[in-house]
Write a new protein. Sequence first.
Length: 88
Amino acid sequence: MSETEEEYDYSAYGIEKSYIVKLLVAGGGLMNGNAYREIEIHYNNKEEWENCEEAQKIYFCEYGRNPIRKLLEYTNIEWGQDDNFNLY
């Protein structure tokens, strides 16, 4: 290790395992300078997603010059026709 490098020792105080589904809901450049928008849904495992169970967390995310990541109060998703969905 060189003189400018530092070595860190970390301890894990908890581990969160989840299955994350990311739904792209807008892209191609947004009017606020960001590139695209996603809804990020966290489940404990893949089976919860496949069985349409309640999510652990749902985030609204935008990526680009002005990134946003906001935890939403919703924990359920309802699918409609043509891949439309509602969060509740």
